[in-house]
Ligand binder design. Structure first.
Ligand SMILES: [Zn+2]
Length: 770
């Protein structure tokens, strides 16, 4: 073979080929290395929220510094030190928490629909807790947000989605974002657009709405900013002694064969997700457990997050050592589930006048009727009950968290539709169909429950109306149509909300149905309150649907109070008994069957990878010109010779642990502080540190040891009382309490301004022995 020689042009070409191959290899390597961070480059980068201090609540520099790194051993297999952007098995995980308290005065509390249950201060702050989970390559992601509010309203969700779209483009959407309320009944109302809820809230409070939207969005931004590779572990276990069924007679209407499959008339199972990064550092948890957060009663006036909020508080305080409540990177959400008929008042219903049990189909007492029948317990008062139930939930969560070892793996998916719930054809069997109804509330809705009776003396279990109330309604609101009355039978229609359209529709027609999946875990986002058996039926149906299309052994979780509020959803059988939950099943007797059908469609779409073919359905409306609250904003005034924050009643000079410190100040309306966030606490309890000669903040208004009461006077005068319930763990020494607020001032012909103020401190000693 003749020896081949290269011309100089050929040598140049070979040189070029070698160079280009080198460059290509380098570029491919770079692409591979950075693929793990794709989400950080999609959409607009978030810069607003500092990642390390979440929902900073302390007003000044004496905030405790960053906690020492946790040394807790996690079940993560000891991973060698992992590069952030390497490919890995698991998910990118981001967690975030932000304050969303809103107004703590001059607004109704949302939940009991009790006239006059106005907010008059704060026991704990309310938080939005966000979790973003993304595939290792950043392709798909889902967002779960648990919010310390009664329920997510359609308006809240639409506004949050719109702001997310403005900031992140199509990254966070209607299908992959779930917003779920914890269902605390001690959060502010006023963030709804449908007339029934606007009336219950006594108006639409733009101040509260804005505060909540901003808080929810901020929690998502924080989670977005701090995403990192990690792992999720799941665990399940039984929580005992924390709940009872508050409509056990309704539950008994379900078929015996069905009931025989369950050992209890409530779901006692808690499902918990533990999140850690690849180095084993703990990031947060989500748990789902079915319980009404109504340990705080309808006589309460302090904004707070109730029993599940207390569980969050205990967990976060433990993991964020050295931080004040509401601060620190670790986020623990205790989310709602199928809690429709589940009460935390475990002593059961008793007549408040005679003490006898009123566990009957009408929850009625021989003397005094339904308004005397109240469920209590287990504490001496509602504060103690909240803490006892919250601690039971926390204890189980901690146990499940520490022993969680089953890793959640597999692709992420999400499916969502808007559905006109007034017009769903339900297939009862292969030949017979039924329809859902236009919304209506039955008579027993007005009865309330054993956790909080209605203002008027209605009883539960009413299957017939009353001519007096019928004619009153007919005159004020017009007659319900025969169609709606027929459709809702045996529910006697008290309010035909589906036919009331002024000034805006009284109830939603368009409702969200949504499922997100992470591997073998499916989260169903329920737009209301499923009863125990409703939840069981839906879980089973969704699991079977997944199974039919090859996704075996799915764990299905009911996530309650999501996306839009539509009251309750009972089974068809429970509906016949017409207790409160059934009277509040607003789309009629076949509501649950309709949801089961709709969620099956979503499950099938995910299992067959055909989500893209799902229609989005009719878009819900966003109403303008909602009725404003009737309570006017008036100028704050201090008595002559005093100014805001002056001490009216100082603390005593000395206290023992276990006692209650109380200081009263010249106050200003706390709702001003929801508009003007110069500081996010109404109070601090501070301890004098002799070594550094500084005052260290040890409690803020998010702390369960502190209470902030606001006493409204006449003509803009008011007082504020701060209590500190000194815990057994308090160290002896010098302490002081301070009050922070905003006063509304208005000079002639000028717009009102909100002025921040800080009280002078009230100083005292804590001693441990006399
Ligand atoms: Zn409820």
């Amino acid at each position: 073979m003749a020896k081949r020689t290269f011309s100089s042009f050929e040598i140049f070409l070979i040189f070029l080929l070698v160079m280009m191959t080198g460059i290509t290899v380098a570029l491919l390597s770079l692409l591979f290395i950075t693929s793990g961070t794709i989400e950080n480059h999609t959409g607009v980068p978030s810069t607003q929220s500092p990642p390390a201090t979440q929902g900073s609540a302390a007003p000044q520099n004496s905030t405790p510094s960053r906690a020492p790194t946790t040394t807790q051993v996690s079940p993560t297999p000891s991973t060698p030190k992992t590069t952030l952007f390497q490919n890995f098995s698991g998910y990118h995980i981001g967690v975030g928490r932000a304050d969303c308290t809103g107004q703590v005065s001059d607004i109704n509390l949302m939940g009991f629909s009790k006239t006059g249950q106005y907010a008059r201060g704060i026991l704990t702050r309310l938080y939005s807790r966000a979790f973003i989970l993304a595939e290792p390559d950043g392709s798909d992601r889902v967002v779960f947000v648990s919010i310390d509010i009664g329920m997510v309203s359609q308006r809240l969700r639409l506004e949050v989605l719109s702001r997310l779209q403005n900031k992140y483009g199509s990254l966070y959407r209607r299908d992959n974002v779930i917003l779920s309320g914890t269902h605390t009944h001690s959060g502010p109302a006023g963030y709804f657009q449908y007339t029934t809820f606007v009336i219950a809230s006594e108006g639409f409070s733009n101040r509260t709405f804005e505060y909540m939207v901003a808080g929810i969005v901020k929690s998502i931004e924080i989670a977005h900013t701090n995403m990192k590779p990690g792992k999720i572990f799941i665990n399940k276990g039984t929580v005992d002694g924390a709940q009872i069924n508050r409509s056990p007679t309704s539950y008994l209407w379900n078929p015996q064969s069905e009931r025989a499959r369950y050992s209890s008339n409530t779901d006692k199972e808690m499902v918990l997700l533990k999140m850690v990064d690849l180095n084993g550092e703990e990031l947060g948890l989500i748990s789902w457990f079915a319980i009404h957060p109504v340990s705080m009663r309808n006589t309460n006036h302090l904004v707070n997050s109730d029993n599940v909020g207390y569980a969050s508080y205990l967990f976060e305080q433990e993991k964020n050592k050295g931080y004040l409540p509401g601060e620190g990177p670790y986020v623990a959400a205790f989310a709602s589930s199928n809690l429709g008929d589940v009460s935390p008042n475990v002593l059961g219903p008793h007549c408040t006048n005679t003490g006898e049990s009123c566990e009957n189909a009408n929850s009625s007492c021989p003397i005094g009727g339904a308004s005397m029948c109240v469920a209590m317990g287990p504490g001496q008062d509602m504060f103690e009950s909240t803490q006892i139930i919250g601690r039971k939930i926390y204890d189980k969560a901690k146990e499940l968290y520490e022993s969680a070892s089953q890793e959640v793996t597999g692709p992420l998916a999400s499916a969502h539709q808007w559905v006109n719930m007034t017009d769903v054809t339900v297939w009862l069997n292969s030949t017979h169909t039924a329809k859902t109804c236009k919304p209506a509330l039955g008579y027993s809705f007005a009865a309330g429950t054993i956790d909080g009776f209605g203002t008027l003396n209605f009883t539960q279990g009413m299957t017939e109306g009353d001519s007096f109330w019928d004619s009153l309604r007919d005159q004020v609101l017009g007659k319900p149509s025969e169609e709606i009355k027929e459709c809702h039978k045996p529910k006697p229609v008290l309010l035909h909300t589906g036919e009331l359209l002024k000034p805006h529709p009284w109830h939603p027609d368009i409702v969200d149905v949504q499922i997100v999946t992470l591997g073998f875990l499916a989260i169903t986002a329920i737009p209301g309150e499923f009863t125990t058996m409703s939840g069981r039926r839906l879980r089973q149906a969704v699991r079977e649907e997944f199974e039919a299309y090859g996704m075996l052994n799915m764990t299905v979780v009911i996530s309650g109070l999501c996306n839009v509020y539509t009251h309750y959803i009972t089974t068809y059988e429970e509906y016949q008994a017409q207790r409160y939950e059934a009277a509040s099943t607003i789309y009629g007797p076949h509501t649950l069957s309709a949801y089961i059908q709709l969620f099956r469609v979503l499950a099938k779409a995910i299992a067959t990878d055909t989500v893209a073919n799902l229609s989005s359905g009719p878009e819900p409306p966003f109403f303008e010109q909602l009725m404003s609250p009737l309570i006017p904003n008036i100028v704050d005034r201090a008595p002559a010779g005093t100014t805001f924050g002056d001490i009216l009643l100082p603390a005593n000079t000395t206290y023992r642990v276990g006692e209650v410190v109380e200081v009263t100040f010249v106050g200003a309306n706390p709702k001003n502080s929801a508009e003007n966030r110069t500081h996010q606490t109404f109070l601090t309890v501070e301890k004098y540190e002799a070594t550094s000669a500084t005052w260290q903040i040890i409690h803020n208004d998010a702390s369960w040891e502190t209470r902030f009461y606001w006493h409204k006077g006449l003509l803009g005068l008011s007082n504020a009382t701060i209590q500190w319930h000194i815990p057994d763990t308090a160290q002896p020494g010098s302490y002081r309490i301070k009050y922070f607020g905003h006063s509304r001032k208005q000079d002639l012909l000028k717009p009102a301004v909100l002025l921040s103020f800080e009280s002078s401190p009230s100083v005292f000693e804590v001693i441990t022995t006399w």
